[in-house]
Design a protein around this ligand. Structure first.
Ligand code: FE
Length: 132
């Protein structure tokens, strides 16, 4: 149902800031407590910075203490996709935008009820739209 967005590396380089490019397209991680949205408690929607796909709702955001915006569920299960990530000598579950493949963060099983899942997301991969 949702169309995929495919762009070349060169196109992403032009469209994104160097920091956004490193995180979203090269899977870097922003420093904890450095991002724009970690402390954001406003009501609204978090979109993919690369393609505008609706990813998370403020209703599912919680304070994880991790230094990265954390959500206990995505807006829709099909908003994101999860892939096994073996980098940095760890086995983690990587969270990607289902529409444009942007790297968003990692998922952990230490979240709050009802899902007990923590979607740990780089602020820089998100664009927050306040509720009107
Ligand atoms: Fe995207």
């Amino acid at each position: 149902m949702s169309e995929k967005i495919e762009k070349s590396d060169a196109e992403w380089r032009v469209e994104l800031t160097p920091e956004q490019y490193q995180v979203c397209r090269k899977k870097a991680t922003e420093a904890p407590f450095s991002g724009e949205y970690y402390y954001n408690k406003e009501e609204g929607t978090y979109l993919c910075i690369c393609c505008g796909n609706e990813l998370f709702n403020s209703d599912a955001k919680y304070n994880s203490g991790s230094g990265w915006p954390s959500f206990w569920e995505p807006m829709k299960s099909e908003s994101v996709k999860i892939e096994r990530d073996y980098s940095h000598f760890m086995v983690r579950e990587e969270i990607l935008c289902s529409k444009c493949n942007a790297h968003l963060g990692h998922v952990f099983e230490d979240g709050p009820p009802p899902t007990f899942t923590r979607y740990c997301i780089n602020s820089i991969s998100l664009k927050f739209v306040p509720k009107k």
